[in-house]
Design a protein around this ligand. Sequence first.
Ligand SMILES: Nc1ncnc2c1ncn2[C@@H]1O[C@H](COP(=O)(O)OP(=O)(O)OP(=O)(O)O)[C@@H](O)[C@H]1O
Ligand SMILES: [Mg+2]
Length: 498
Amino acid sequence: MDYITLPPSPKSTIQALREIGYTLKTAIADLIDNSITWKAKNIWIEAKWDQENSFISILDDGEGMTEKVLKDAMRPGTKDPDDKRKKDDLGRYSLGLKTASWSQAEKLFVWSKSEKDKIHSLGWDLTEVFKRDEWAVAKNLPDPDEINKLEKQKSGTLIKWENLKKDSVQQHQDNGRAKALYYDLIQELEEYLGMIFHRFIEKQKLKIIINNNEIKAWDPFFASTSLKPSLSPTEEIKFAGEIVRIKGYVLPHKDNFIKDEGSDAYERAGGPNGWLSQQGFYLYRADRLIVSGGWLDMKSGGKKFDNEPQYELARISIDIPNSLDKEWSLDLKKSTAEPPLTLKNKIQDQAIKVREDAKKAFVARGKYGPRPGKEIQQTEERVWNVKHHKDNISYIINKKHPAVNGLASKLGVLSDELESTLKIIEQCVPVQQIWLDSQGEGDHQIPFAGMEKELKKDLLELKNCLLRKHDSATVKKILLGSEPYNRYPSIIDKVMES
Ligand SMILES: Nc1ncnc2c1ncn2[C@@H]1O[C@H](COP(=O)(O)OP(=O)(O)OP(=O)(O)O)[C@@H](O)[C@H]1O
Ligand SMILES: [Mg+2]
């Protein structure tokens, strides 16, 4: 066979590459990957809104590039993605710098300096590339304002994006509004980077400063709070000659959280996308977060694992090395990956377990506010029992509960009427409403909170009723074991003494 060469048109290739789905956040994260790989300890990002003159600059103090390395760096696809890379190299496709930048700006200018070398610069100006329809790279770039900072460093790289995408800088015709929306985007960016690179920031390997603001790490597993999640032991799975580490976490319940750390901390613990979206898997590739929440399209019994409120407390970390990129189908933007088929079952089993435990922790609060304290006896008699039928669930009033039982025996022949009254209550439990309200801001009222007088009166009547059949010690035990009286042992003591 003979072969001919058919090089693609730069214009249409770049136009297509610009649309592979980067956002401002994922694009900047891709550049930070490069800075980290090349040993930067500090990254300074300037993002200033100035209508069409808005720009973003990213300066790092990493090892920088020689003239030759910079040339290779600006060329799309210099290295083979299958080449083995160093363990802490966060790159793979030799495209990130270009594709991430093109997705956000028409101009990508780079100045870089390696130790004992002078500054070299190259730039992509897409207007010029499209005009010529040539892979033409600009050289001898004029010095930008920020060049002094780079000059003062031993080494480092300065990247500047100009002619930013209209969607970022001109989201609104009104300039005031457009500016505000732009800074909202920057705020989102700060939160995102604090999450994606949290391990680097926590280990003090990296500082990211945006517009003079140092970014705080957000740890999905609360290592730095006084509240520790309950953990499953780390599972180490051998796969393709490497180790994949999985660890399940059930986070502390909202009530405990707010009690110990305050409601602001609770909000923050939810994460940049909130509690509901941030449940699920956290996939780390060489310590950099690739997936931050969601259930990786896992299924069980044909049903997809969705993000649901009862699983909000479930988070699972998975750690993979960069040598498993292919097996995990790592995407170009480093924002999605898929578990290899042979690992799916193991990961799924772990997810089922953590979800179950998280659901228990979520429900444990009960429908009536926080749980009673530790000193309180085990609940023997609840007011409501849950009945699982084949296709649905119903809630039944516990006829053995002393208050119900006591009334029934008092009523004698009329107890049938009580039965039918209870039935109507059972049939019409406002389940949906309770569910919706428990997702909202306010907590449900704690039974008898602030109603000591009424409670005492009820308990006294109940005590007298029970004393007809039981001795005093048994009556006390029954009351201490019955919901909701078991929240108030000191009141039971007083009632028993009277
Ligand atoms: N901040 C930086 N400091 C030093 N070298 C850099 C920097 N940014 C880019 N480079 C050089 O440019 C090269 C190309 O970067 P690019 O992001 O395009 O690809 P990559 O990181 O190799 O792979 P990927 O496409 O997966 O990100 C890097 O391999 C590195 O040599
Ligand atoms: Mg890269």
